[in-house]
Design a protein around this ligand. Structure first.
Ligand code: NAD
Length: 340
């Protein structure tokens, strides 16, 4: 069993912890928090040993009946791999400790590529992650872009991508964040960071992205245009997506044309936390003009798509499963997940 510690049990950390605990070849040795919150009660309910960053705060946890197993450093020592899911920028502060302890660590998209020196996506570069000490799982938007671009590139060759990201303002639980009533260009300048981030995984792709933030919490929406080298048809693209384990099709028959309905659908399907681990491509939006210009919309559940990628990254770094498709199959099967 691969021993996994989750450093930072928040939006991403709690989801990765549940996904890891569901795998037949992995176990959670501990999760960490800085202060008591409802997530600490979730950890208790799940039976995950709870470690804290600052032991002087132990009294506050004790008072609430939350038993503390020890310090974060003690937790890290028990792990084969650490999933660092602390807020963006904290991973950089944690790196020296992981190095000192000689531990493998996975960072999230809130950290710079340079921190780990390797940015990961299961579809694109699983084999290159085998045996690595440090890996960064790219952000939710970059994960969504990489999946479709790589699929199209393998089938038709992609010569150019132009994409606009309409981003959720905050996660549903983040009550203090906005905007409440504005569309915020993020940034005003072009490109946004997403295109260069895709190039940390797929360096040969010509991609330029623009991004804006809108007052919603459910999901991001991408409007993607790409130019392909070999002629493509809508039917061929639909068939490729049907066969992909982590790209789902939002089918016309469902009547879904918004992120709100999509999340409602995930809830009705009984997905844990109504999570959509797959990229959700709107089937009706796929258009091919002149055989070479491809258009589509895809919705990305920011809190979820990177969760399954973290699980695969653990296997790759440990070198226990050498084949990406096999790891993806194992991860999905353990979560009883087949794309919509
Ligand atoms: P979050 O704020 O929801 O959770 C972070 C957790 O880390 C909190 O529980 C906090 O108490 C804990 N923490 C803070 N400092 C710590 C420390 N020094 N040691 C241990 N724990 C500490 O953040 P999040 O949204 O889960 O984001 C985590 C990372 O994942 C970021 O890099 C972010 O950019 C990335 N990411 C987030 C999303 C998303 O939608 N939320 C999507 C993709 C990637």
């Amino acid at each position: 069993m691969i021993k996994v510690a989750i450093n930072g049990y928040g939006t991403v950390g709690k989801r990765v912890a549940d996904a890891v605990a569901a795998q037949p070849d992995m176990e959670i040795v501990g999760v960490s928090k800085t202060r008591p919150s409802f997530e600490a009660f979730v950890a208790k309910e799940r039976g995950f040993p709870l470690y804290i960053a600052d032991l002087s705060k132990k009294g506050a946890f004790d008072k609430l009946g939350l038993s503390v197993a020890g310090s974060v450093e003690e937790m890290l020592k028990k792990a084969d791999v650490i999933v660092d899911a602390t807020p963006g920028g904290i991973g950089k502060e944690n790196l020296p400790l992981y190095k000192k302890l000689g531990k493998k660590a996975i960072f999230q998209g809130g950290e710079d590529h340079e921190l780990a020196g390797f940015s990961f996506n299961s579809d694109c570069n699983y084999r290159d992650a085998i045996g690595r000490q440090f890996v960064r799982v790219v952000s939710c938007n970059t994960t969504g872009l990489c999946r479709m671009i790589n699929l199209m590139d393998k089938a038709f060759g992609v010569s150019k991508v132009r994409a606009t990201m309409v981003r959720r303002a905050s996660d549903p639980g983040e009550v203090k964040k906005g905007p409440v009533d504005a569309v915020v260009l993020d940034p005003v300048t072009v490109p946004s960071h997403h295109g260069p981030d895709v190039q940390t995984v797929l360096p040969h792709i010509d991609i330029t992205t623009m991004a804006m933030i809108v007052p919603t919490t459910f999901m991001h929406m991408h409007a993607v245009q790409m130019e392909v080298k070999k002629p493509a048809t809508k039917e061929a693209i639909l068939n490729l997506i049907e066969a992909h384990p982590r790209i789902g099709l939002v089918r016309p028959g469902t009547g879904i044309k918004s992120t709100a309905e999509l999340k409602e659908y995930a809830m009705d399907l009984g997905r844990p936390r109504s999570d959509l681990w797959e990229s959700c491509v709107f089937a009706d939006s796929i258009g091919v003009i002149g055989g070479k210009d491809v258009y589509f919309f895809q919705a990305i559940h920011q809190e979820a798509d990177i969760v399954v990628e973290n699980v695969d990254a653990i296997r790759a770094m440990m070198g226990t499963v050498k084949d990406a498709a096999e790891s993806v199959r194992m991860t999905n099967a353990a979560l009883k997940f087949t794309a919509i």
